[in-house]
Design a protein. Structure first.
Length: 602
């Protein structure tokens, strides 16, 4: 099933959710009925057992249909429960989509992989992770690799060609609603990054046994197992005594102890990622059913097909081996596992699998994770058809946008603005009163750049930009533990912004109330020096300020710095903002009015 681009996502999701909710109700009714039938048949089976074995009023043969009927009901009931669970997942998938469309998704999704990296140049400033974050809006990844890939794309700049390829992939995947649904049904979300990394390291580790060592151990395991069974049979049926059996057991123990380190190297780290393998094999299998034309998708699909046998089949084989290995922990099976050298035989099979596929494990995971992320991003594109895919240019730096808005703001209250940076205009010096929208516009520009590099459309009429490294100083906090004042924390941040200009990417800097922790005289001198230094190093950006003295820098900047501002209006006792960006310098302040509005006498 594909969703045509002109289809209304809200209508599609609502209709599908209602249809599947009806199916779910039907499965739940059947499950209750079968549960009651199972109880009745169980009681009848007990009655038949008493009549057959207790009072002996009927023949034992009557137990056969009773037991068979109960077994059939168990299988049927289990199938109905699974179908009901699947319907529930489908309903949840569409309800999550409706929550995004109705802008009530905040706090109910994936918040990311913990805290953002310390000292990252923009992650915390742009609210990329955490509750009500961009990550929560976008992420539907089921695997740890997918979540990590999504986070990495948010945190790293991308070349124009990379962004174009991602964009083409997202466009191709946008109408594939069935693919997004199928990936959401793969199983429980897996978020243990450490397990996956350990698993990849297991696959890439050098062989614990050479090929000849594996053959020798296999022959020894078969031989000792055969001797143990023969000794047990001789003890039970020939009266030969227990000595042969004990000798065979001793040989088994000796072989196990001698190869314990090699066997442990194979099996010690392979059991934990069980759920991850279930999701991964399903993900790979579903991707293998698709064909792609977008260059990046075709490359990734080709990588999965380059190893001969399908990766999903290989992963399922590994999953079965791990399930068999895990059976040794069953208390009832453990004695038999010891008799048959179960762990040794499974370790040898796992080592064979590792020698054949271990080195391709990480490329499979990474390729599947990238496709998983692109599928997740395509959901945003499908649900926001009015958003515009950016135009990437190689020359720059440049950032030109019309009607740009922040994607995390409610659509009804989101005011759009035009932003033009590049060419002669290197810096927008943005003045305005408190709460007028200055910081929000900084975050809007930064978030749009992040989304563009990920291949996403942005909330706006159009966007034209070149690859850039974002550097923000918006949310500055002091540190009691480190003895760092707010001002010191801010100048450290500015040092980081300046240092980034010597990197491979032109810098897009977003500075909020630059150097507001010092006096006006020092502030103007310091801020002007920093801004001119950034311009000289090829950067462009936006600087907000309350200090109108900073706005005078424009006069000596030879058109590289342009003043813009936000305004507010008082309507009686109410302060009103229109959040519209205007040319020039703001002419009034609202600080005193704000103080009076909360009852302070000034």
């Amino acid at each position: 099933m594909t969703n045509p681009p002109e289809a209304n996502a809200h209508e599609v999701y609502t209709e599908a959710a209602q249809h599947e909710a009806t199916s779910l109700s039907g499965w739940q009714k059947r499950a209750r009925l079968l549960s009651n039938l199972r109880l009745v048949v169980f009681l009848l089976t007990g009655l038949i057992a008493w009549l057959a074995f207790g009072s002996q009023q009927i023949g034992v043969i009557w137990m056969i249909p009773a037991v068979l009927s109960f077994g059939v009901l168990m299988i049927w009931h289990d199938r109905v429960l699974r179908e009901g669970e699947r319907s529930g997942r489908i309903v949840a998938f569409y309800e999550r989509g409706l929550a995004r469309l109705e802008e009530r998704w905040m706090g109910g999704g994936d918040r990311g992989l913990g805290d953002p990296p310390p000292h990252h140049p923009y992650a915390d400033d742009l609210d990329l992770f955490g509750e009500a974050s961009l990550f929560e809006l976008l992420s539907s990844a089921r695997t740890a690799a997918g979540r990590r890939t999504l986070a990495r794309w948010m945190l790293e700049p991308a070349a124009a060609e990379t962004a174009r390829q991602r964009q083409a992939a997202v466009k191709e995947l946008t109408p594939r609603g069935k693919l997004r649904l199928d990936l959401s049904l793969l199983g429980e979300e897996v978020g243990e990054r450490g397990l996956q990394q350990t698993f990849v390291e297991w696959g890439q580790a050098p062989p614990a046994l050479s090929p000849s060592g594996r053959i020798a151990l296999r022959l020894l395991a078969i031989t000792t197992t055969t001797l143990t069974l023969l000794g047990l049979a001789a003890w039970i049926w020939t009266g030969a005594g227990v000595i042969p059996f004990l000798v065979a057991i001793g040989l088994q123990v000796g072989v196990s102890l001698f190869f314990r380190q090699s066997v442990g190297a194979v099996v010690d780290h392979v059991e934990a990622p069980g759920q991850e393998l279930i999701v991964l094999s399903g993900l790979l299998g579903r991707i293998e059913e698709e064909s792609f034309t977008a260059p990046r998708l075709a490359t990734l699909r080709g990588l999965l097909a380059s190893s001969g046998e399908q990766p999903s089949v290989r992963i399922r084989q590994l999953r079965r081996l791990i399930d068999l290995l895990d059976a040794r922990r069953n208390q009832l099976f453990a004695p038999l596992a010891g008799l048959f050298c179960w762990t040794t035989h499974l370790a040898l099979s796992l080592e064979t699998w590792r020698s054949n596929c271990g080195q391709t494990l990480e490329p499979w995971i990474e390729a599947a994770a990238e496709i998983e992320v692109l599928v997740a991003l395509s959901a945003y594109a499908y649900e926001n058809p009015a958003n515009a895919f950016p135009e990437w240019v190689d020359e720059g730096p440049t950032f030109q946008a019309r009607g740009l808005g922040h994607p995390l703001l409610p659509s009804e209250s989101c005011v759009r603005n035009d932003v033009s940076l590049g060419g002669e205009c290197r810096v927008l010096m943005m003045s305005g009163s408190n709460m007028s929208g200055k910081s929000t516009l900084l975050r809007t520009v930064g978030t749009a750049c992040v989304m563009a590099m990920m291949g996403l459309p942005v909330r706006g009429e159009w966007l034209r930009l070149s690859p850039m490294q974002i550097a923000a100083s918006i949310r500055i906090t002091d540190s009691l533990q480190q003895g760092a004042s707010h001002f010191f924390a801010e100048i450290q941040r500015l040092r980081m912004v300046v240092d980034l200009t010597v990197g491979a990417w032109p810098v897009l800097f977003l500075l909020d109330e630059v150097l507001h922790g010092t006096n006006s005289h020092d502030r103007r001198i310091g801020a002007e020096a920093v801004i001119r230094g950034l311009i000289d190093r090829g950067a462009l950006g936006i600087v907000t300020t309350h200090d109108l003295a900073l706005a005078r820098i424009e006069a000596s900047a030879q058109e590289t710095i342009v003043n813009v501002h936000f305004e507010d209006q008082f309507d009686g006792d109410q302060m009103r903002f229109d959040y519209r960006l205007r040319p020039g310098v703001v002419t009034r302040s609202n600080a005193l009015e704000l103080m009076r509005s909360i009852g302070l006498e000034v």
